[in-house]
Design a protein around this ligand. Structure first.
Ligand code: BG6
Length: 431
């Protein structure tokens, strides 16, 4: 693993926040224990308040001992950025990555101050979380503002679904298995369904979620990226990871949303949970897409996601066509939980009758691999190694907003279906 590693300082902006505590520090603790990145990485946790490394690290003190230090600064003071620059440039490090674990409205002012303090040369990178805008116009503006100081190759936009092991495997599965490569088109495939169900509600994130909703929170990013991975054309030659990002973009550029197919829903109890009796925010969304690619014409692609549904499950279901002679098959790419691939086949039921039954041919990661890296571990390692494949490019962000903008334009008129917690997808759609 050491070949692409250069001495790196990861600067966490907002180290005391929820994102850093829940995802980032545990991921860093894990990769520093299990990979040789440890010898190449220093971590600087920035906070507005005076706080010690011990107080921040809590359970991770042992794994990150000697690598983690804290730094206090007021993000709103331009003069403080010069001090930070002097501090960072005195470190024995080659690349400096700023991880933005701050609220969305704090991002641009910080980027601006970093740029003005000239912390934007090629050794500096930005590692950012969604939201990347709230519609097409705001995404364009955000990208333009960031590009004033930073080049595209310096900006790593995290979509943690792209880093999930099964999501990474979709391109390999389709590109490297002759059996599927040749049937991956509208001659053989009837429809595709991409589903991300959650059991939990909005939990403590009511304020954020009221301004976001399921379309912006999950569908615009995670589900459209899964759709792009499923629909992209395979590499013409031997599979190559570096070709995945441009192919995802090409697939996104061919997609459009069927505005009339949109279903918005909200679970009973959401209004009370977020303390907003008039809340019109959707906690469930379903819509159909179509692709203008000749290989996908006529194949409906349904995306659906919701909170407080019957189970936690993300999967891609590919329904193969029935022919005159043979039954239809169903392929499930299970992103989580229980990552794997399942192909439903027709078999003869043992016994004296002549009955057929559908049974799964099942590949399950857990059977063959001890442990799958968490998506956050993967994004940190890839950013340190300057691999952009698992990150969303600015063109991908714009393409995904362009698909959804017609939906957002007619959003106001859509009825909100109220569904009971623990409903199935069908129950919400038929309610
Ligand atoms: C985040 C959303 O991007 O993804 C959350 O903001 C959602 O609302 C989460 O719960 C789901 O991620 P995962 O990895 O648990 O499926």
């Amino acid at each position: 693993m050491a070949e692409n590693l250069q001495p790196t300082t990861l600067v966490i902006l907002g180290v005391t926040g929820d994102l850093s505590q829940r995802y980032l520090l545990p991921a860093l603790a894990e990769i520093c224990q299990s990979s040789d990145i440890r010898g190449h990485l220093k971590i600087l946790g920035i906070s507005r308040h005076q706080i010690t490394a011990q107080e921040i690290l809590k359970n991770h003190a042992q794994s990150l001992a000697g690598q983690f230090t804290t730094y206090q600064m007021d993000y709103s003071q331009p003069a403080e950025y010069q001090k930070l620059k002097d501090f960072l440039e005195n470190q024995d490090t080659q690349q400096i990555i700023f991880y933005f674990a701050v609220p969305p409205d704090a991002v641009l002012p910080i980027v601006d101050n970093l740029g003005k303090a000239q912390m934007n040369t090629s050794r500096y990178k930005l590692l950012m979380e969604k939201p990347f805008g709230t519609d097409l116009a705001s995404a364009k503006k955000l990208i333009k503002e960031i590009n004033k100081f930073f080049k595209e190759e310096q900006v790593y936009r995290i979509d943690h679904y792209l880093a999930k092991e099964m999501a990474q495997n979709i391109a390999v599965f389709l590109g490297s298995n002759a059996l599927f490569r040749d049937v991956w088109n509208n001659h053989f495939i009837e429809k595709i369904q991409i589903v991300a169900k959650e059991r939990l509600g909005v939990e403590g994130r009511g304020n954020f979620y009221e301004q976001t909703g399921a379309l912006r929170d999950i569908l615009q990013s995670h589900l459209l990226q899964l759709a792009a991975l499923t629909l992209m054309e395979p590499c013409p030659d031997v599979f190559d990871f570096s070709q995945v990002q441009p192919r995802r973009l090409a697939a996104l550029n061919q997609l459009s949303a069927d505005v009339d197919s949109v279903v918005r829903g909200q679970y009973t109890g959401h209004k009370e949970e977020v303390n907003s009796p008039d809340s019109n925010t959707e906690t469930f969304i379903s819509l159909r897409l179509k692709s203008s690619s000749p290989i996908w014409q006529g194949v409906p692609i349904q995306l659906a996601s919701g909170k407080k549904l019957d189970q936690k499950l993300t999967e891609i279901r590919v329904y193969f066509k029935k022919t005159q002679a043979a039954q239809a098959n169903l392929l499930r790419l299970r992103v989580q939980p229980n990552e794997g691939i399942e192909l439903a086949l027709w078999v003869k039921k043992p016994g004296f009758e002549q009955d057929l039954q559908m049974l799964p041919l099942d590949f399950n990661y857990q059977q063959y691999f001890d442990k799958l890296p968490d998506a956050y571990e993967q994004v940190i390692v890839d950013a340190v190694r300057s691999r952009m494949n698992l990150f969303a490019s600015s063109d991908e962000v714009l393409a995904s907003w362009a698909i959804l903008q017609p939906v957002l334009d007619t959003w106001g008129n859509k009825e909100l279906k109220i569904y009971k917690p623990a409903s199935t997808l069908k129950e919400v759609l038929n309610s």
